[in-house]
Design a protein around this ligand. Structure first.
Ligand SMILES: Nc1ncnc2c1ncn2[C@@H]1O[C@H](COP(=O)(O)OP(=O)(O)OP(=O)(O)O)[C@@H](O)[C@H]1O
Ligand SMILES: [Mg+2]
Length: 479
């Protein structure tokens, strides 16, 4: 039993003695006060886990004392002690937030049971608060990485678990899924956070240049090496080094990389001195490294060294429920940058963003929103600000035909189908027949003729800022 501390406020010396003996025997740390004022002083001086307060006190009575106690520590469980005659007082105390009351004369066990419950509840409240703070901290630590989908939650959990260690981490994901963000989050959530985070773009550098970047070189190591140079590994000492697109690292450099991972040491180009570093290595790739291993383009031993912990980032199309959140995030970001702070995306536009497959993932979505914000002239971002390729990607879906047992008229179904297709297309084309004809790959005259035949009524052209209403009086049909 941890040494819970209990404050007792009672003016009767005999009661104080009984309680002190009882509680001390139970292992509690007990402090005594004979007046409310004295008790409050003790409470202000040090935290307690529970208080036992007599209702009948000279000067400030127990109820008033309770009020004051709650001001000092709202969560402190307070047990009121009352003479049988003043149970009403005790009930009043309960209403003001006392934890419970005990009537005199009481049994020792009764006090102990109530106290134990009070302390248990106190612990729960404390744990709950801690948990909430934890959650908040959790959210804050990833403030840059937006996502609430279960896939992203798994990623967050993995980051939290993996960040503190020095284990090498491989981040796998398509382009634009946030690999670099995750690498930074891993660094930020580690003890290395204050130390350097160095990114290596292994991109298109020829091997010797890449190696001199990574490991540095001594003076005269090669033509042009007039000065000695520290490499990125040295610069990243005590911090994190991030290999963006590890798949681009040439085979010969891979061997040297393997050595650094295994031994945490290397030599500068042209040097003889072994340099030791303490770096955390994070690598990212959007290719299937295993496949590269099979093709002999990536060292198998390095692959396994990197593969200790893998963070697999989902493609955006695999976590579409995050799209609205991301849209909101980028809307705020670019709204601020462009001084358009109150922009909204219309539900129709959001629908389009939702239906698109996002091969370029979050980066592509971010670009689309940025473009829309920059181009917007009104308070809303509507379908017209969604780029054509995003709009037209909506997949056409044939209806599922369910035949009634008695059969159905072929001609009627086709006619109905034709009519609905034209109506939908007109809607997608904003009522512009010429555009609708293009979308259906037919001549405008053909479309016009069909519109007449099906008696399709023109719909009002949608324009930004207009409320959609069904008032068709001033409908326009543009050709
Ligand atoms: N979950 C996310 N929340 C907010 N922004 C994100 C998220 N994922 C990616 N982004 C943004 O998308 C862009 C691309 O992210 P990042 O550079 O981390 O992707 P990547 O996986 O490294 O892509 P590539 O393989 O092309 O280098 C950045 O602007 C980043 O801020
Ligand atoms: Mg990247």
């Amino acid at each position: 039993m941890p040494n819970n501390s209990i404050l007792v406020i009672d003016d009767e010396e005999i009661m104080r003695e009984i309680l002190e003996a009882l509680l001390t025997r139970e292992g509690y740390a007990v402090r005594m006060a004979s007046t409310a004022a004295e008790g409050l002083d003790l409470l202000r001086a040090a935290p307690f886990d529970a208080a036992i307060v007599d209702v009948m006190l000279p000067g400030m009575d127990g109820i008033a004392a309770l009020n004051e106690i709650k001001k000092i520590d709202d969560d402190l469980p307070v047990l009121m002690i009352t003479a049988f005659a003043s149970v009403e007082n005790a009930i009043a105390a309960m209403k003001r937030g006392a934890y419970d009351y005990i009537t005199k004369p009481f049994k020792n066990d009764e006090v102990l049971v109530v106290l134990r419950n009070a302390l248990a509840q106190r612990r729960l409240v404390a744990e709950n608060t801690a948990l909430k703070q934890n959650l908040q901290a959790h959210a804050n630590r990833f403030s840059e990485i937006i996502g609430r989908s279960s896939r992203m939650r798994q990623v967050f959990d993995l980051i939290i678990q993996a960040a503190p260690s020095r284990t090498t981490i491989l981040i796998n994901g398509e382009s634009g899924t946030g690999k670099e963000l995750v690498a930074r989050a891993l660094h930020q959530n580690s003890a290395r956070a204050e130390k350097p985070f160095i990114t290596v773009n292994s991109g298109n550098l020829p091997p010797d240049l890449l190696e001199s970047n990574l490991f540095g070189h001594v003076k005269g190591a090669f033509t042009g090496a007039v000065y000695p140079k520290k490499g990125l590994f040295e610069l990243a000492d005590k911090g994190t080094i991030f290999f963006d697109e590890i798949g681009n690292v040439p085979l010969e450099t891979q061997a040297k990389l393997l050595r650094v991972i295994q031994e945490r040491e290397f030599m500068r180009l042209g040097g003889i001195e072994t340099i030791k570093v303490d770096v955390r290595i994070i690598a990212a790739t959007n290719v299937d490294l295993r496949h590269m291993v099979e093709e002999g383009k990536f060292r198998e031993d390095l692959f396994y060294r990197l593969h200790v912990i893998t963070v697999q980032l989902p493609a955006l199309r695999e976590r579409k429920d995050d799209i609205p959140l991301l849209v909101q995030h980028f809307l705020e970001k670019y709204g601020q940058e462009n001084n358009k702070r109150t922009l909204e995306v219309t539900p129709e536009a959001l629908d389009l963003l939702f239906d698109y497959d996002w091969p370029g993932n979050v980066r592509e979505l971010e670009n689309v929103i940025e473009r829309a914000v920059v181009l917007s002239t009104g308070p809303r971002i509507d379908v017209d600000l969604v780029p054509d390729h995003v709009r037209s990607s909506r997949r056409f879906q044939m209806p599922q035909f369910v035949l009634p047992p008695e059969g159905i008229s072929f001609r009627d179904v086709i006619t109905d189908f034709e009519k609905r297709l034209i109506e939908s297309t007109l809607e997608a084309a904003g009522g512009v027949q010429k555009r609708a004809a293009e979308l259906l790959h037919i001549k405008p005259t053909t479309l016009n003729e069909m519109i007449k035949r099906h008696d399709i009524r023109p719909r009002r052209k949608k324009s930004r800022g207009d409320d959609l209403d069904d008032d068709e009086e001033d409908a326009v049909v543009e050709m």
